[in-house]
Design a protein around this ligand. Sequence first.
Ligand SMILES: NC(=O)c1ccc[n+]([C@@H]2O[C@H](COP(=O)([O-])OP(=O)(O)OC[C@H]3O[C@@H](n4cnc5c(N)ncnc54)[C@H](OP(=O)(O)O)[C@@H]3O)[C@@H](O)[C@H]2O)c1
Length: 170
Amino acid sequence: MLLVGYGSIGKEIERMLVPFQVNILRVARSARTQPEVYAVSELDSLLPQVEVVVLILPFTDETRGLFGSRRLALMQQGALLVNAARGPIVQPDALVEALHSGRIRAAIDVTDPEPLPEGHPLWSCPNLLITPHIGGSSVQFTPRALRIAAGELHRYIKGEPLQNMVQMAI
Ligand SMILES: NC(=O)c1ccc[n+]([C@@H]2O[C@H](COP(=O)([O-])OP(=O)(O)OC[C@H]3O[C@@H](n4cnc5c(N)ncnc54)[C@H](OP(=O)(O)O)[C@@H]3O)[C@@H](O)[C@H]2O)c1
């Protein structure tokens, strides 16, 4: 599996997959080690190596249309593309074409446009699972969010560094 985006959510996805012994490759803006993370400039050489590609990176000027026809064609025959990030990171026309041709499968929590209007070509695509931007929703969401907020408040009051600083994205 290739994680495109190795921030807080990418790392958590990896942690949850450890018991399943999934081999994971990681991509972020810049390369680093321990664990090994490849720079996004390496993306093209990594795509043919994996059966599953998970997009979990922000939507910015750099990531708009990051996955178009050329990159989708680099994926293995029958590979699965999971977009849990933002719709415009995958070019909609290219995705529709790749799904209809049977080249890849996809599971997308986000679309472009969103919500997906009635009659949009994605609704009738084969090999596609669509969920309505609910990737963050689970019964555990509220208790976890409260735990994180309480921890941040304690750190703030004690003058300690915060763990969740907001960074600008679109
Ligand atoms: N579907 C949903 O309901 C849902 C819920 C929550 C979040 N999301 C999406 O998930 C995204 C990631 O969330 P997060 O909390 O994990 O964010 P995060 O902690 O800020 O991590 C973002 C990761 O994306 C990488 N990245 C940023 N720009 C990139 C680029 N141009 N090319 C390659 N990698 C790039 C960063 O690289 P560096 O590590 O090198 O900086 C980092 O590894 C959010 O921005 C949001 O769009 C979706």
